[in-house]
Design a protein around this ligand. Structure first.
Ligand code: 0T9
Length: 383
């Protein structure tokens, strides 16, 4: 464990031993301080829009083929932020704050160069197991992403394997009045480097982007596989079963944290995506009518815990964290006592998702059906 501060070595070793035995949900495990991040998982959905211009550009395409390529380009361009940004900003992957039930995060990306403003809304819709739901919308372009995610973790060969549960749906309002829908599933993660105290993520297996016209399957490999490079991917776009005709097929290969190009199809040799330039962080905004942050908004709720972690005052961090947890326990007890349930603010939980079932079938994804969280379309009066 070279990256582990000497005073925390034995606690890191016992943490590693315990993750080998506790499998399923790692979110509530106690970790040594050096590995704690001051950022809650409710902030992670902002990674979906670090390139707001690529999100907006999905609306500006003339054909279904171009639009699908724009969706895939936006998706691939989010991976760098989603899976490598903690290593860049904090030196390694860190354990995020585990959101409480009802925790909220609101944000936006400004309208620059006529691309329109993009809004973000996140709600922690379950604590046990942790489930985060989100909506991201560029109203002027008619592009919207709604999704939820949870994780199932296990331990294998010294790495943490994270299976992502949940999915997202991207919708685009077309000029014709129709709505194009894209079902997005999520890759599997392997967290390596644990032994050295310097965890980092590699993606594996595959994920899909499916519409009624196209099935795009993305395969992920790390060092030593098809290109031999870390963070490699290969995306294969084919017309949905039974279609063809004017819709072309494409293969794209590269590394998702840098660049990629077309390796088969009419655009062979052309660059596909390039994320070596700057990204745009979200601007956090208060969801209250006054523009202030309410007590359940993540940066308000975790303010003192985050300050403790950032400033190395771990006694304060753990004291403040206990206060939040005790308050949560009390709320759950009170709810049981009076027979009520915590009301979700922005989402409704439903057992089945017809869009997932219909599009999932085209891409033969499993499971064949999945529960989901429907967005109530109640953006707070912000922006
Ligand atoms: C959705 C993303 C997800 C959330 C994180 C596994 C993980 C929690 C979930 C999947 C985002 O779109 C993408 C990126 C990173 C994922 C996190 C990485 C991570 O380590 C945590 C888990 C819960 C841990 O904190 C494990 C313990 C820790 C000591 C390892 C650094």
């Amino acid at each position: 464990g070279e990256a582990v501060p000497p005073a925390q070595r034995s606690s890191w070793t016992s943490f590693l031993k315990s993750i080998a035995s506790v499998s399923g949900d790692l979110s509530s495990m106690t970790c040594p301080p050096f590995i704690l991040s001051p950022v809650s998982l409710t902030e992670f959905p902002a990674y979906w829009c670090e390139h707001p211009e690529l999100f907006a550009a999905i609306a500006d395409q003339n054909t279904e083929e171009q639009r699908t390529l724009a969706v895939v380009k936006w998706f691939i361009s989010t991976l760098k932020g989603q899976y490598t940004s903690r290593n860049e900003s904090m030196g390694s992957e860190k354990k995020p704050l585990n959101p409480v039930l009802g925790e909220l995060f609101y944000g936006k990306w400004p309208d620059i160069n006529g691309r329109g403003e993009t809004q973000l809304l996140v709600e922690q819709v379950s604590h046990h197991p942790p489930i985060t739901a989100y909506a991201i919308e560029n109203k002027s372009k008619g592009v919207k992403l709604v999704g939820h995610n949870a994780q199932k973790t296990s331990f294998s060969g010294g790495s943490i394997i994270v299976k992502q549960l949940g999915h997202a749906t991207l919708t685009v309002k077309l000029q014709s009045g129709d709505v194009a829908e894209y079902l997005i599933t999520l890759p599997r993660l392997r967290i390596d480097g644990l032994w050295y105290g310097a965890p980092y993520i590699e993606l594996s297996e595959s994920s899909s982007i499916i519409s009624k016209n196209y099935v795009c399957s993305i395969d992920y490999k790390g060092k030593g596989y098809f290109s031999g490079k870390t963070h490699s991917f290969k995306a294969t776009l084919n017309p949905a079963p039974g279609l063809g005709g004017t819709l072309g097929s494409h293969v794209i290969e590269g590394t998702w944290h840098t660049t990629s190009k077309f390796t088969s199809g009419p655009k062979t040799g052309m660059e596909f995506h390039n994320v070596t330039g700057p990204k745009e962080e979200v601007t956090a905004i208060g969801g209250q009518t006054s523009g202030e942050m309410g007590e359940f908004e993540t940066r308000e709720l975790w303010k003192l815990v985050a300050k403790g972690i950032r400033e190395g005052d771990f006694d304060m961090a753990s004291r403040e964290k206990s206060k939040i947890e005790n308050d949560q326990r009390q709320r759950r007890k009170d709810e049981i006592a009076v027979g009520t349930k915590w009301p979700l603010k922005h989402f409704d939980h439903v057992d089945a998702d017809p869009t997932y079932e219909r599009l999932g079938k085209l891409g033969k994804i499993s499971p064949a059906t999945e529960d989901t969280y429907l967005f109530k379309e109640n953006w707070p009066p912000i922006a």
